[in-house]
Ligand binder design. Structure first.
Ligand SMILES: [Fe+2]
Length: 261
């Protein structure tokens, strides 16, 4: 499960205690200044991972990024995350902050992304796993090839979000098998609920509501062939409660584990 804020700690602890979850992905932005010993005291010795949302590593100046990396390295030294993950997306358009973080225009930014991914991994002193975007527009068709090239050129990892891949399929027709060359080597996965808004019908990655049937189906097929699969994080950011989340986790174990190696 994903732990996004301190106030959810009682629920996170309950899901661990009841055995529904056995791994916790921390939205590390919101725990940046929390002493790692406090995080460990809260979670016990459960395996953790770091998910970074706002590094803005594609846009931020190197000095600030280096300061951020130094804190993240300290947190990683203490908490020993299974992976550190981040996002390949934009936060500004022509200098202006935008509310919905836009997808990269893959055809125009490859060289910049290659350099920044390399730099960010070097600063963090580790491989970083980048999550696929829940594409809305035509440009999403270029995403799988962009990821493939970056994996080859930078050695980055892929955090494959199954429901994001479903959103991209629904919105711009990128079939999940467009990822077929990368998937067998993927170790870390996400899945969450998505919402579909009408006219024009658009799927948004909201982490609200239960896991959809097509997400569970893709989970089953993908995990069956992911030879190195290690973690699956079920993300919930809306209607967050024990009943709903534990139902998601039970469904994921049933579908994800059905043909697991
Ligand atoms: Fe995700």
């Amino acid at each position: 499960m994903n732990w996004t804020r301190a106030s959810r700690l009682p629920l996170i602890q309950q899901l661990l205690r009841t055995g529904h979850a056995d791994f916790c992905e921390i939205l590390i932005d919101n725990f940046f200044l929390v002493p790692p010993v406090e995080v460990r005291r809260a979670l016990g010795d459960v395996p953790v991972a770091f998910h970074i949302m706002h590094s803005r590593f594609l846009e931020r100046d190197d000095t600030t990024l280096a300061a951020m990396a130094s804190r993240l390295r300290l947190l990683a030294r203490e908490l020993k995350p299974l992976y550190i993950s981040d996002h390949l997306l934009r936060f500004t358009v022509e200098g202006r902050e935008v509310p919905l973080l836009p997808e990269l225009e893959y055809g125009h930014v490859y060289e910049h992304a290659r350099q920044r991914v390399g730099l960010w991994q070097e600063m963090l002193g580790t491989q970083v796993y980048f999550e696929n975007y829940p594409s809305l527009l035509e440009i999403g068709r270029d995403q799988p090839a962009f990821f493939e090239a970056l994996v080859a050129d930078t050695g980055m990892g892929v955090l494959f979000d199954l429901s994001n891949a479903i959103c991209a399929w629904r919105n711009c027709g990128v079939k999940p098998d467009a990822w077929a060359r990368l998937l067998p080597g993927v170790k870390h996965f996400h899945a969450g609920g998505y919402d579909v808004l009408p006219e024009p019908s658009t799927a948004f990655d909201t982490h609200g509501g239960e896991l959809a049937g097509d997400t569970l189906q893709l989970m089953q097929e993908t995990l069956a062939q992911a030879r190195q699969a290690t973690t699956l994080c079920i993300e919930r950011d809306r209607d967050v409660g024990f009943e709903a989340w534990s139902r998601d986790l039970v469904a994921a174990r049933e579908w994800g584990g059905r043909h697991a190696h």
